[in-house]
Design a protein around this ligand. Structure first.
Ligand code: FES
Ligand code: FES
Length: 190
């Protein structure tokens, strides 16, 4: 029999108060403990940039950064975010180089997948400061575009990564760290 100190605390059923730090602000609401980060953002905090498409960690439309690392917001419970910080597409200014690269390369048709691709690119360029073409294919492989705008998306990601490497020449010499790989795996990115 588990001792008192080994017993996990149980919360719910029913709504519980939850606070999550998103884009520099702690947002609060009361909802079921089973609410995903994606649903909390979209339904309680009016952050609708991340999209719900597959809702099962397959398409990348819901991609956000958790402490700077890419994750699928549909596959994390909001109550599990804890003290980590979430960054969403809403935090990026219009002058953001990744956003500008997507516009310059016409990297979209319907645009539904675009916020996820942009956030994935933000995480990718931090994880792979000097990527090979193969890194790029694999590293961005966790996002799907149903319109098939991959030619433009590939050009946009290449442009953004090159601009990022020019801005951080010292970092560009480094290969992705083991820590980045580990955190990516934990966040269920493919
Ligand atoms: S909606 Fe989250 S990965 Fe598809
Ligand atoms: S631009 Fe339509 S799904 Fe990607």
């Amino acid at each position: 029999m588990a001792s008192k100190s080994q017993t996990a605390s149980v919360i719910g059923p029913g709504k519980v108060p939850v606070g999550v730090k998103i884009n520099g602000q702690t947002l609060q609401a009361e909802f079921e403990p089973s609410t995903t980060l994606l649903d909390a953002m979209r339904e309680y905090w009016n952050l609708t940039g991340a999209k719900r498409v597959c809702d099962r960690a397959t398409c990348g439309a819901c991609t956000v950064l958790l402490d700077g690392v890419r994750v699928y917001a549909c596959s994390i419970l909001a109550i599990d975010v804890g003290v980590s910080e979430v960054t969403t597409i809403e935090s990026l200014p219009d002058s953001d180089p990744v956003k500008l690269a997507f516009v310059a390369n016409d990297a979209m048709q319907c645009g539904f997948c675009t916020p996820g691709f942009v956030m994935s690119c933000k995480g990718f360029q931090a994880e792979y400061p000097n990527p090979t073409a193969d890194d790029m294919l694999k590293g961005m492989g966790g996002n799907i575009c149903r319109c098939g705008s991959y030619v433009g998306i590939h050009k946009a990601v290449s442009q953004a990564v090159a601009a990022h490497a020019r801005a951080k020449p010292a970092a560009a010499k480094a290969r992705p760290s083991k820590r980045a790989h580990a955190k990516t795996a934990r966040g269920r990115r493919k």
